[in-house]
Design a protein around this ligand. Sequence first.
Ligand SMILES: *Cc1c(COP(=O)(O)O)cnc(C)c1O
Length: 402
Amino acid sequence: MTNASIKAEATKYLINTYGTARSLALVKGEGVYVWDADGKRYLDFLGGIAVNALGHCHPAVVRAITEQARTLIHCSNLYYIEPQVRLARLLVENSFADQCFFCNSGAEANEAAIKLARKWAKDHGHPERYVIVSMEQSFHGRTLAAITATGQSKYHKGFEPLPEGFRHVPYNDLEAARRALEAGDVCAVLVEPIQSEGGVNTPDRDYLRGLRALCDEFGALLILDEVQTGLGRLGRLWGYEVFQVEPDAITLAKALGGGVPIGALLAKASVAESFGPGTHASTFGGNPLASAAAYATLRTILDENLPEHAAAMGEYLQEAMLALRKEFDCILGVRGVGLLRGLEVSPEVDGNALAARCIENGLLTICTNNTILRFLPPLIIQPEHVDAAVEVVRRSLREVLG
Ligand SMILES: *Cc1c(COP(=O)(O)O)cnc(C)c1O
């Protein structure tokens, strides 16, 4: 099939949640490259939205999936699952956490975190504390509780009434967070170390530490949504390390499974104990296949020191984009940390048209908030890939500016 014929069938048979602006069907990937159905190659600086941290079809992940598929694909959590236990141990030994719960996506991981926070407050004699404080411009996923936590009204529209017990405050504003906590009804603050979907918004160095202090003062949990920032993307294994803060819980998904769907909630034992038998579950969560893929992915990230590499490549990308800024007045700034980067163009430039032009020129990227070109490349990229990507952005900018 071709791009066009796949698109035609998709338009007919798929519910139209993703729109028809898309023109490509991707059929093959290797390392930092993907190929569309017409045989054209692209440099992938979107990485399946921060999922393909090891690039495409990394041999370690392919091997793990293949071996596990021959052995046991699924059995349910009615039984102990060896790959899941191995994965949990590796996560715990390399993080602040004592225990893990596995699910299938970022939204589900946040649902688990929200439920855990409410249960934890009740278990500690505070049934009146059930509010989740989250941030304006945040993104936490598309299930009902997750969109309610998400501080962007465009994701709420049409789905009211939304669940109760959520409050939004401006990001990077400790005074606003204090006022929200002073109400005395808050069980947790849920926050992304860097807001990616919301526009690559990076907080002040002491913001998360400030939230930590406020949570301690008012008896609330600090839960970090590391669905996108976790697993090396920010140049450290965890985003909380970048901001030198210790959370009570974090949520993961995206990069965790090397492309196989898996999400996780990691927590301190003192918090995790509020999830007793029967309180939460997932049929697929942490099944043998997904756990084996995730174990191989995390093992590779650790063994190959990819967070450090991501930090170096992130600096290189930042420098290259700052050089580009000198050439184009319409580039207003470069944002982000590690390999979560955004190039901000002035509102006169159609950011979506620019992203489309980059794709035509062989570079996968995405525009967020109409003016931020987002780059989430695989952590395995090399300087020559950055050079090639920046060259495509340069050419595409020239073309859209006419
Ligand atoms: C992508 C994302 C989610 C949602 O993950 P899904 O797997 O799509 O449910 C939640 N939080 C953040 C920060 C994300 O980037």
